[in-house]
Design a protein around this ligand. Structure first.
Ligand code: ASP
Length: 353
């Protein structure tokens, strides 16, 4: 059972420029040396001791932590549901939300939350670090402090950011467009198919034309996610019996087909027949590309020409992270397949063009 610690308030200022709720889930950022000199997850108090400047930003901080901070490779649907519920429950009390999270699955979590939080008009910023906050060269302080600034930034009294984002290594990215692309350098995230939303230099330079504009909206929470999905990544040599097992697996309701280039698949009869049998038995098949940039264009080449008529859906320029979480959301949220298909092929949170 996933427990949360009671909320802690650090009301440091009488007239704060913002009240921010930090959800601390774990990851490398929140690691410090234990009595044996080994790196282990630490509590949020320890993070603040290592980054005292976070207390000088004219922001009142509140923190809610996972009882046991996790490595993000352990993240499950229940973690996403708890994060989204916390934001929903405390939505009116805070100007923005910051989620401290491991980098490994941050793009999945940011994508999932973007779908679960409909009508968001406040910032939800994910950040983490490549080096623990206890390390002298850590990127944690910079990521933490600038994320707090972004989460509290307003223009004409309204929040500048009104969506789920990732801030990392001086760039702010749309969460459901992001990918972890690097495990050693500090520039761990990219968003190949959508421009950077802001760059942090001496000032934070927002790219106004790419931001989701503020709208008077009511936040609606959808926590139903259905994990009965699978990713079928094509590679030369993939054989009939493997594809058959995946497509005919009785518990699988949705298949993300990771195809080549602009959405191309082997033009073999057995392969197309299997895809068709999946669609005919009510499975949703969504075609996305293995390339980080560009998009699926059914019919551009002969090798993708048959997919529309079979009923394979085009995932356009969705990332794998956005496609998988959107498929879970569509299957969980809608009981009618027509609604799920409509959801998968339309941009609902700026995740596809
Ligand atoms: N394994 C860690 C995690 O994702 C890596 C990190 O935080 O950067 O939790």
């Amino acid at each position: 059972m996933l427990e949360l610690k009671p909320i802690q308030h650090f009301d440091l200022f009488d007239k704060p420029k913002a009240n921010i709720l930090i959800i601390y889930t774990g990851g490398t950022l929140g690691m410090d040396y234990d009595e044996n000199g080994a790196l282990a997850p630490c509590g949020f108090d320890q993070i603040l001791r290592r980054a005292p400047v976070a207390k000088e930003l004219q922001i009142n901080l509140s923190v809610i932590s996972f009882e046991t901070p996790i490595d993000s490779s352990k993240v499950e649907l229940t973690h996403w549901q708890r994060m989204a519920e916390v934001i929903h429950r405390h939505y009116d009390q805070f100007d923005g939300f910051l989620i401290l999270h491991g980098t490994d699955t941050m793009a999945y979590s940011a994508s999932a939350l973007s779908f679960m939080l409909d009508g968001l008009n406040k910032p939800v910023i994910f950040t983490g670090a490549q080096l623990p906050i206890a390390s002298p060269r850590s990127d944690a302080r910079e990521n933490l402090v600038t994320s707090l600034e972004i989460a509290s930034d307003k223009k004409n009294g309204k929040p500048i950011i009104t969506e789920v984002c990732i801030f990392f290594n001086n760039v702010l990215l749309r969460g459901n467009r992001s990918k972890k692309v690097e495990s050693e350098r500090f520039d761990a995230f990219e968003s190949e198919n959508y421009p950077v939303l802001a760059k942090a230099g001496i000032a934070i330079e927002y790219q106004w034309s790419y931001l989701k504009p503020f709208r008077e909206e009511q936040l609606k929470l959808s926590v139903a996610l259905d994990p009965a999905i699978v990713i079928l990544k094509l590679f030369p040599g993939l054989n009939l019996s493997t594809v058959e097992h995946i497509i005919k697996a009785p518990l699988v309701k949705g298949i993300i087909l990771e195809s080549y280039g602009a959405g191309n698949v082997p033009h073999e009869k057995w392969f197309l027949d299997l895809l068709k049998s999946g669609v005919d038995t009510g499975k949703l098949i969504l075609n996305i590309s293995q390339c980080n940039g560009g998009r699926v264009l059914h019919g551009k080449y002969q090798t993708s020409g048959a997919l529309d008529s079979i009923g394979v859906l085009s995932g356009a320029d969705l990332t794998t992270e956005a496609a998988t979480t959107k498929m879970m959301y569509a299957l969980g949220r809608f009981s009618n397949p027509t609604d799920s298909k409509m959801c998968l092929t339309t941009s609902i949170r700026g995740e596809m063009n």
